[in-house]
Design a protein around this ligand. Structure first.
Ligand SMILES: NC(=O)c1ccc[n+]([C@@H]2O[C@H](COP(=O)([O-])OP(=O)(O)OC[C@H]3O[C@@H](n4cnc5c(N)ncnc54)[C@H](O)[C@@H]3O)[C@@H](O)[C@H]2O)c1
Length: 406
């Protein structure tokens, strides 16, 4: 790595951290990537991309891996950096409370190498107030530094898996400090590799921006799901109605089997749980209801599938059902909170003969996840959760099926 270049460290080289590190390295910064996954670090340093489905990342890793972007599992290797960006996961526990275990461990390890005057920027999506609260306290305790001796800011990662490089290059990115000087310094560093950057008044506002986006999506998907169910019950084609209802001030989303992934189903809970702690129970009624509507969509689709099975000319338990698509979103090999996996499981629990297929997975991949694999052509009924369509080869041959309304 060139000695005279400005060096920044990125802690966490996962789906979000690695594209960020690659884009920073491609802008001419010297990047030290710290990740406890030593195998992932080895791959990156050899110029090999551990996330092949991420468009454009392979070229950047091939060009900068082991050169402008050096990955290491040891925090000490980053001790001469003066900016540290942290992007490791934050999940929710069984009761939907944020689980800070991974974050606390990464921040405390970072604290041990933090020096006077260093800047730390968090990117993981947080309940508003976390950067200036918990993160500041962990850094103070682990570094021995006092408030004012290090700078602290927040800039939410707003990528979408599969499109991360283009999102980092084009999509507006916000950044806010826990004080004015922190915000200003963070803005100066990020400006070197993020073109569309916006300084906001505080880290807390920047935290809220990301959580708000997730809430907006969850509530609007819940609305679309509810309208879809109502339309279907009334014998109205939802898609035709939506097409003409949408205009500049109305954007009805698409219905689905629910909401999956690390982000949208998790972020509303950050606000719901905080309001519960503050005994402001009435403030999150819409957010709570939306979570419930979206999570219960698998019950709705299971019922529809059951009805479709009854029309197949076979005993119910012998109808081979294939769920064609089990990732949380189409085209992305991620399963966190996948409602399509949950749907397949629910069908099996109901005693139906359910199988799965996914163009991104092999038979072995499917079986390792505890599901039964079936080529769609061998099924009596295929449900495509990404298009919400049914196919029933036998009845289709007889011309009896409307794919959308079986
Ligand atoms: N993936 C997305 O699409 C996406 C989009 C927007 C925001 N985010 C945010 O990014 C966060 C991280 O998500 P991700 O998808 O990159 O997760 P990920 O699981 O893909 O990657 C996390 C990485 O952090 C590493 N790690 C864990 N503990 C560590 C430690 N103590 N020190 C150093 N490295 C450590 C892991 O080895 C892993 O490589 C999410 O919680 C979310 O807030 C993700």
């Amino acid at each position: 790595m060139p000695e005279n270049k400005e060096k920044i460290a990125i802690v966490g080289l996962g789906n979000a951290g690695l594209p960020l590190a690659a884009v920073a390295a491609d802008s001419g910064l010297a990047v030290v990537g710290v990740d406890i996954n030593a195998e992932r670090c080895r791959l990156i340093n050899r110029g090999l991309n551990p996330i092949p489905e991420e468009a454009g990342l392979g070229e950047l890793i091939a060009q900068h891996g082991g050169k402008n972007l050096v990955a290491t599992p040891r925090f000490e290797d980053a001790k001469d950096c003066s900016t540290f960006i942290v992007i490791v996961p934050l999940f929710v526990d069984q009761s939907f409370n944020p689980d800070f275990t991974i974050m606390e461990s990464a921040v405390r390890s970072l604290g041990k190498i933090l020096k006077k005057g260093d800047l730390v920027v968090l990117e993981t999506t947080f309940p508003p107030g976390t950067t200036d609260g918990k993160v500041r306290a962990w850094l103070r305790e682990s570094s021995g530094l006092k408030d004012g001796e290090f700078f602290l800011a927040y800039s939410p990662e707003r990528i979408m898996t599969g499109y991360s490089i283009s999102r980092l290059r084009e999509f507006p990115k916000v950044i806010g400090g826990t004080d004015e000087e922190s915000g200003f310094r963070a803005y100066q560093v990020y400006k070197k590799f993020i073109a569309n950057l916006h300084l906001v008044s505080s880290a807390k506002v920047a935290e809220m921006i990301k959580v708000m986006e997730g809430c907006y999506r969850d509530v609007n998907i819940a609305l679309a799901n509810e309208l879809f169910k109502i339309c279907t019950d009334l014998g109205i084609d939802f898609f035709e109605a939506r097409d003409k209802a949408n205009h500049e001030f109305c954007h009805i989303h698409l219905p689905s089997t629910g909401v999956g992934g690390h982000c949208i189903p998790v972020y509303p809970w950050f606000l719901i749980k905080e309001m519960e702690k503050r005994e402001q129970f009435s403030f999150c009624q819409l957010l709570s209801a939306s979570r419930q509507v979206n999570d219960e969509m698998i019950e709705y689709w299971a019922e529809k599938i059951l009805r479709a099975c009854i029309k197949v000319d076979k005993p119910l338990a012998a109808v081979k059902i294939c769920i064609r698509g089990i990732t949380f979103r189409s085209g992305v090999k991620e399963f966190y909170h996948s409602r399509n996996l949950a749907l397949a499981k629910l069908l099996t629990e109901k005693g139906l003969d359910a199988y799965v297929f996914d163009p991104l997975l092999t038979k072995d991949d499917v079986e390792k996840k505890g599901f039964r694999y079936l080529e769609p052509e061998q099924a009596d009924l295929i449900f495509d959760p990404f298009h919400l369509t049914f196919e029933c080869p036998e009845r289709e041959a007889a011309g009896q099926v409307d794919r959308r309304q079986v």
